[in-house]
Ligand binder design. Structure first.
Ligand code: URP
Ligand code: ZN
Ligand code: ZN
Ligand code: ZN
Length: 484
């Protein structure tokens, strides 16, 4: 078995930084310590050796809004690896009336080309007995997290009664409930009004989804999850209104996590007012980019720990696809790229600015989500026995982000022109060197599906509390006569 030694670097984990070499054999980390020898050496002098990034929110080759997202499991995971992300978690999206395992099989058919490991979340896109039953099979098949869309009315949206039933089912199965939190009814009303008034351009998208629709839905999801007794993960938290609801819930002891995206942390709503239609439409995603105050709130959440994970929601559409929405912003496919830029952008705007420590950076890009999704320490760790999914990050290496040099299949990049400092020198996916001294050398089909066990410690703790506080009849003496 080939042996690789990562030499002379500083190991950085979510809780420690120290000088050590790392031995990799058979796809795993087999030794960490000083002066290791006896294998192919990768020189990490001046670099940080960190757990590879985990992006828990991608949509690769996803059928959506009348088309398919342009990056598939091959180009998407190549983009991921080139930017230091060694695992993605994609959303299985069942069609209306489709069984969950049927949809999961469709995803397995697509993901065989992946260059790095991947896992799935299951989306609950409609509600019925078939879905209820399928959820248990899904958990048995290692897909233990279930996403619910509170937006996209008439397509993916589920109502409150469905949300409550599904959340209870997820709780009983020991899984994780997830939400896209926007009030879909209000968005639909605002969209119709804006279009009727002649606001048809991409800026209408931002006007149709103000922070209040996200704050309201986030709070509603938190309260419904609390009543259902299930842990909750809120995807793409973009504003203070949603962050405030999460912060309050966490302070009250609720098991809730929030996930801001690198796009919302670094790009703002002025993008939608750009005079070039294509420029603005390429940045249409839900929730939309917000103003600087909301951005500051998201950064504060990462710094204080009230927000836990930075993702991308990578859902890339070409300019041609975006142009489906000329004359009607509601038809612009929602989504942006970001997979290969998350790590360098967060290092540049987070660590290099002093907002985050390198250890906090590892926590929010890898370790926290590995723990939330019950993947730790197989993933998200630099420990003996962990998968050798590693990034050797050179904090001095710089580039200017450009569509011309990216791996993603689309023809633009929402971060075009941004200068980043802090780039991978080496990236290893289960021991295989996928970025070698900056050069991308991925291997199609190397990636494997990673199934996950249900009922991690947080679920067990929540069930215990639920049992202790469950309704019980009061045992009374001296029952009054009924008066009959
Ligand atoms: O605009 C977005 N976020 N597109 C991807 C689908 C979703 O809502 O996550
Ligand atoms: Zn979403
Ligand atoms: Zn998404
Ligand atoms: Zn920048």
């Amino acid at each position: 078995m080939s042996v690789t030694i990562i030499k002379n670097g500083t190991v950085v984990t979510a809780d420690l930084s120290y000088k050590a070499d790392v031995r990799v054999e058979g796809g795993k980390i087999t030794e960490i310590g000083p002066n290791l020898t006896g294998g192919t050496e990768l020189d990490a002098t001046g670099c940080y050796v960190m757990p590879g990034g985990i992006d828990p929110h991608t949509h690769l080759e996803m059928p959506f809004m009348g088309t398919y997202s342009a990056d598939d499991f091959e180009s998407g995971t190549r983009a991921a690896l080139s930017g230091g992300t060694t695992m993605v978690v994609d959303f299985v999206l069942p069609g209306q009336g489709q069984g969950l395992m049927d949809a999961a099989q469709m995803w397995h058919n697509k993901s065989g080309r992946a260059n790095c490991d991947y896992s799935y979340h299951m989306a609950v896109t409609w509600w019925g007995e078939k879905v209820w039953e399928g959820m248990e099979e899904s958990v048995k098949a290692g897909i233990t997290s279930f996403k619910h869309f509170m937006a996209y009315k008439g397509a993916l949206m589920v109502n409150d009664d469905e949300l409550f039933s599904s959340f209870r089912r997820v709780g009983d199965l020991g899984g994780l409930a997830m939400v896209h939190a926007e009030n879909g009814d209000v968005v639909a009303e605002l969209t119709a009004k804006l279009l009727a008034e002649g606001n048809t351009g991409p800026e209408g998208h931002a006007y149709s989804r103000p922070p209040q629709v996200e704050g309201e839905a986030t709070n509603r999801a938190i309260m419904i999850a609390d009543m259902a007794g299930v842990p909750l993960y809120v995807v793409h938290v973009s504003c203070e209104d949603a962050h405030e609801a999460i912060r309050r819930a966490r302070a009250a002891g609720k098991r809730v996590w929030g996930e801001p995206l690198i796009q919302h942390l670094t790009l703002d709503e002025s993008e939608y007012f750009h005079p070039d239609w294509d420029h603005a439409a390429r940045r249409v995603m839900s929730p939309p980019f917000r103003n600087k105050e909301h951005q500051a709130s998201l950064w504060a959440g990462l710094m204080s720990g009230s927000l836990s994970v930075v993702a991308t929601d990578h859902c890339a559409f070409t300019t041609e696809q975006k142009r489906f929405g000329i004359g009607n912003f509601a038809k612009i496919p929602n989504g942006t790229g970001g997979l290969e830029d998350r790590i360098p952008m967060l290092w540049t705007h987070g660590v290099a600015t002093g907002r985050l420590t390198p250890n906090e950076f590892v926590a929010v890009t890898s370790t926290n989500i590995a723990k939330i999704l019950n993947l730790y320490p197989k993933k998200g760790a630099v420990l003996v026995g962990a998968d050798a999914d590693l990034v050797v990050l050179d904090p001095e290496k710089e580039k200017v982000i450009s569509a011309g040099t990216q791996q993603s299949a689309i023809d633009y990049n929402v971060f075009e022109g941004h200068k980043v400092k802090g780039l991978p020198r080496f990236v290893l996916t289960r021991g295989q060197v996928a970025v070698d001294d900056g050069a991308v050398k991925t291997q199609e089909g190397h990636g494997k599906f990673v199934g996950r066990e249900a009922r991690p410690a947080v679920n067990r703790a929540l069930s215990q509390w639920k049992d202790l506080t469950a309704p019980r009849p009061v045992v009374r003496t001296g029952i009054p006569a009924t008066g009959v």
